[in-house]
Design a protein around this ligand. Structure first.
Ligand code: TXA
Ligand code: MG
Length: 341
């Protein structure tokens, strides 16, 4: 199929009507959000959801997040909205937070991956909200990558994965946050964090007081344990290369990498460090600046694929604030391979 390309950076762009028309006709379109690009389709349509699963090559039990443009759309998609969920939405929407609640009958089981719950978020990118508004229905949108690849933070990443497989790509610039939204379930008590993201655990604590963090955020899902969030069980964010996280000072990192390098070994470093090491390197943000690491991590992993890196030694990110999200993505990219030096 021909994939149309649109460049839209403002909510008042006339082309938004054209994009909405494609979605109204049951098409699927990659749209920019502040976290990562999403592959969007009508969230109330089983057929659109099926097209998304096919284009991404995604396992059909992995649910989609449903995106809304106004608070009032939320109520009809879920069974109820408890007070703490309301407070979270008032504080953090529009923004990188997905709230899981029991779903209403409006959400097809295809969209919820067969689960009785649905995750909803209001994206911070004004073009995304304008497209949803013009459609008049919510949009189901998983990240717009081929299943298993790093999430796309630029329209060119989407094109690399999905050109010819989807109806259109809307280029709205590079995603600001760079990692996917925080996913928290309020369908259980106490609330449970399934995926760390731009809304940090510190920010959630301010509103919720108590909540639990699923073990799978830090560790590999225990053998035999059923994934509470289906995305946890799939190999995620995986570049072609074998990635190892190397924990220690830069000097120790450098000695380790130089002793263990082979042909096709690259380093994934913080800005500036590439000048002080003999191995070919890619940088992923500034040291002690988790927000800049989040913004660049997926682009850097994709660059390593383009360079055909075979082995990658990565600097260990800080895990406070949005750093927890960076750590969570990197440790999955590494298949939980960490070496302390
Ligand atoms: O930032 C984001 O969340 C991006 C943009 C496009 O909005 N979307 C995104 O979607 O990352 P996706 O499908 O790539 O990741 C959604 C994750 C998956 O791991 C999925 O298993 C989990 O959220 N999830 C979605 N609905 C769920 C539910 N009802 N219960 C448990 N986990 C759920
Ligand atoms: Mg994804």
């Amino acid at each position: 199929m021909e994939t149309k390309l649109y460049e839209i950076t403002s909510a008042s762009d006339e082309k938004i009507k054209e994009v909405a028309e494609i979605l109204k006709n049951g098409g699927i379109v990659a749209i920019p959000t502040e976290t990562v690009y999403g592959l969007a389709g009508n969230a109330l349509s089983k057929e659109s959801a099926e097209k998304i699963f096919t284009a991404k090559g995604r396992p059909s039990d992995n649910p989609f997040i449903v995106h809304i443009s106004e608070m009032s759309e939320w109520e009809s998609l879920v069974e109820y909205i408890p007070e703490p969920a309301k407070e979270l939405s008032e504080k953090f929407w529009p923004g990188p937070l997905t709230i899981i609640l029991p779903k209403s009958d409006k959400i097809p089981l295809t969209v919820s991956g067969g689960l009785p719950t649905v995750g909803v978020r209001m994206p911070g990118h004004e073009v995304a909200r304008a497209i949803i508004k013009e459609c008049g229905f919510p949009l189901a949108a998983p990240s717009a990558n081929t299943s298993g690849k790093p999430s796309p933070t630029k329209a060119s990443h989407v094109a690399d994965d999905l050109m010819g497989r989807i109806d259109a790509i809307v280029d709205g610039g590079e995603s600001d946050v760079g990692v996917e939204s925080t996913v928290i379930s309020l369908a259980v008590s106490p609330p449970r964090l399934f995926r760390p993201g731009g809304i940090t655990t510190e920010m959630l604590t301010e509103v919720l007081g108590e909540f639990t963090v699923d073990d799978a955020v830090y560790e590999k899902l225990a053998d035999g344990r059923e994934a509470p969030s289906p995305g946890m069980k799939y190999k995620h964010y995986s570049p072609e290369a074998k990635v190892t996280l190397v924990k220690g000072s830069f000097d120790d990192f450098r000695s380790f990498a130089e002793e263990n390098k082979e042909e096709g070994t690259y380093c994934l470093l913080f800005e500036g460090e590439e000048k002080e090491i003999s191995l070919p390197s890619i940088v992923y943000g500034r040291k002690n600046d988790p927000a800049s690491q989040a913004k660049h991590i997926f682009d850097s992993l994709r660059t390593l694929d383009k360079l055909k890196a075979k082995k990658v030694y990565a600097r260990f990110p800080e895990s406070d604030g949005v750093g927890l999200a960076v750590f969570n993505r990197l440790v999955r990219a590494s298949g939980f391979s960490i070496i302390e030096v």
